[in-house]
Design a protein around this ligand. Sequence first.
Ligand SMILES: C=C1C[C@]23C[C@@]1(O)CC[C@H]2[C@@]12CC[C@H](O)[C@@](C)(C(=O)O1)[C@H]2[C@@H]3C(=O)O
Ligand SMILES: O=C(O)CCC(=O)C(=O)O
Ligand SMILES: [Fe+2]
Length: 343
Amino acid sequence: MVVLAKPAALEQIALLRTPEAWESFSGVPAVDLSGPGAAADVVRACERYGFFSVVNHGVPAGMVDRLEAEAVRFFASSQADKDASGPADPFGYGSKRIGRNGDMGWVEYLLLAIERDALSKASPAPTSALRDAINDYVGAMRGLARTVLEMVAEGLGVSPRGALADMVTGDAASDQVFRVNHYPPCPLLQGLPPNCSVTGFGEHTDPQLVSILHSNGTPGLQVALHDGRWVSVPPNRDAFFVNVGDSLQVLTNGRLRSVRHRVVAGNGLKSRVSMIYFGGPPLAQRIAPLPQLLAGTQSLPLYRDFTWGEYKKAAYRSRLGDNRLAPFEAPPVATPHADRHRS
Ligand SMILES: C=C1C[C@]23C[C@@]1(O)CC[C@H]2[C@@]12CC[C@H](O)[C@@](C)(C(=O)O1)[C@H]2[C@@H]3C(=O)O
Ligand SMILES: O=C(O)CCC(=O)C(=O)O
Ligand SMILES: [Fe+2]
């Protein structure tokens, strides 16, 4: 990948030329949530990729379409109207600037806090039609997050089955965030070769337990496979995509790993619109490897105990692409062998 130029208007957004077209990845596991063996399929997909799509999820297409249409209407409104819902700090309307620490992307978005099963008062939606559509949709995403986390617990043999799901949907104080991203075609790419793209949303892992993403038919999402290769995820309007987040990585002591992902905005004519529900626990929730997953194994905990509040605070001080878990890794344990080596 080659950085081509730094045009004035976009000077902090990397403009990239990719040496070859991104490989469109046909191997994204599609889990049929209504099928037998779904729990084992979910765990297998989480172990292999930290990422999968769900089909037969029971979320009505009309609910998704309604929210997408309201989001498109909002992003098509005047800049002044959109700015009235911003700046995102962290919640509200944001454009190009992601987080507080200098990350930039060719994206505009609404970032909103969810309290229980609806938008929190701290995150007023720009219109009542958008608010109603978000509230319905978030209700469905909470249900989906619960199902997925119950399946993770079942597939890993964690009991009770609701142990992970309750952290996100069983507690009124859980920290849920909702985001709608809009990636318009980038005018800077006009006239450039088709293998040129700009960073829409830079590479990162999501900090929560799980994220559930839906996008329109416009490609752009890429994930890093465990061998380090970046691949493009073919869009599928009928599916939801689930990401393992950092917190689930810690709770499973690294058996499931959070997936690095990013969005590139390309040369196409169509905007990408994505909607993501981030399922986090209450601020006071202790995040540590589950004792049930350590018992009977030789494994030592890879992470020290911390609370979601501590992790979130550190995350909001970090840059998008940072390895946010590194400071929370357990110190290496001195083995007799290592001691012998040192003397
Ligand atoms: C650069 C940042 C944006 C982010 C907060 C952070 O400091 C690091 C984590 C980022 C991230 C990635 C996943 C989600 O989109 C997000 C809402 C989250 O919880 O963590 C964003 C944060 C953000 O956009 O504020
Ligand atoms: O917009 C997308 O498709 C993904 C964005 C993302 O990863 C995020 O908002 O955390
Ligand atoms: Fe993400």
